[in-house]
Design a protein around this ligand. Structure first.
Ligand code: CO
Ligand code: ZN
Length: 329
């Protein structure tokens, strides 16, 4: 799992530019799935047929895209002005290493504020080492996207920090699940979705074409275990979380119960998640066609949407055990 996580978090893939991640996942799943296809929104849809004709059609969704920055214009001094691709907070943008798909690297910086001015994306820019606009334009174009480029690293024994743990940790979980899934009564459709960070767009078209009986999103969730933090009942390392609700979906109660029972059978400690904000691919899957029962299985994560998102490998292994137990009933 650790190696998968390292490989997947190192791939470049802001929203709408997920190809590198999709190609890596396809390679990792070679021989482990019956069919794989890409759709018009670039989702990667992998299917494994169930052994029981009366089995369910279960869709999992883990998003491949990560948050990023898009170049909006280039200043005459050679600095790149940016806008956000997904949720970016300025407090995570000062003096950060970033990279573009063509390998160009830069430093995200905030300019000195004038009196009364407040920090925003408009007070930030990327320095790619150019001395003027002409030189900068040889490196980067308006519309190019950058992502955080801090390399991943281990934090103590069981924890890893990297950009894009949201949601490559869930991609790693889903890859690992498909690789180790024995013959199963249900047909499992593993969707590696696109454009989640800009409004769960990929999973909407994927769910429409997959037509699942139920949908389970796999994503990170926030922890409430930091000092002075908001009071969320989620702790890093206490196991995967089963979502009861967030701002954009209410999980199907029978599916929530079935997941908790599966966790109990597998002796996996699970946390009960209520997140007063945010949303996952479950929000768009549930509204597909005539409606789909959904739930989200979450990986607790610290510093979500920063260059150093931290997950605990034990939570991920727990999530995998839980899902195997659910599928094999
Ligand atoms: Co996110
Ligand atoms: Zn996510």
């Amino acid at each position: 799992m650790k190696e998968l996580l390292q490989q997947l978090t190192a791939a470049y893939g802001p929203s709408g530019r997920e190809n590198e991640v999709a190609e890596l996942i396809l390679k990792l799943l070679e021989g482990k799935i019956d069919t794989a296809r890409r759709d018009a929104l670039d989702n990667l849809i992998c299917e494994r047929k169930g052994t029981d004709p009366k089995g369910k059609r279960i869709m999992f969704s883990a998003h491949m895209d990560q948050i990023g920055m898009v170049v909006t214009h280039i200043e005459k001094e050679g600095y790149l002005r940016i806008s956000n691709v997904g949720g970016l907070s300025v407090s995570n943008l000062r003096a950060r290493r970033v990279r573009f798909s063509n390998g160009v690297q830069g430093v995200m910086t905030e300019q000195p504020l004038k009196p009364g001015e407040t920090s925003s994306l408009h007070t930030c820019y990327i320095d790619v080492g150019a001395s003027d606009a002409t030189e900068a334009e040889k490196l980067v174009k308006v519309g190019d996207m950058a992502v955080f480029a801090e390399p991943g690293f281990t934090v103590n024994q069981h924890r890893l920090a990297a950009p894009a743990m949201d949601d490559r940790s869930a991609c790693a979980l889903l890859v690992s699940l498909m690789r180790d899934l024995p013959p199963c009564p249900h047909t499992v459709v593993a969707v590696f979705s696109t454009q989640e960070e800009v409004g769960c767009r990929g999973s909407a078209t994927a769910a429409y074409s997959v037509e699942p009986d139920e949908g389970i999103a796999l994503d990170v969730t926030l922890c409430g275990d930091q000092p002075e933090d908001r009071k969320l009942a989620i702790n890093l390392g206490d196991g995967p979380a089963i979502k009861i609700m967030d701002a954009r979906s209410i999980s199907n109660p029978a599916l929530v119960d079935a997941l908790f029972s599966a966790a109990k059978r597998a002796k996996v400690a699970c946390q009960r998640e209520v997140l007063p904000y945010g949303g996952t691919d479950a929000s768009s899957i549930q509204l597909s066609r005539g409606g789909v029962p959904v739930c989200t299985v979450s990986i607790p994560c610290r510093n979500v949407h920063s260059p150093c998102e931290i997950v605990d490998l034990r939570d991920m292994e727990g999530a995998k055990k839980l899902l195997l137990s659910y599928l094999l009933g």
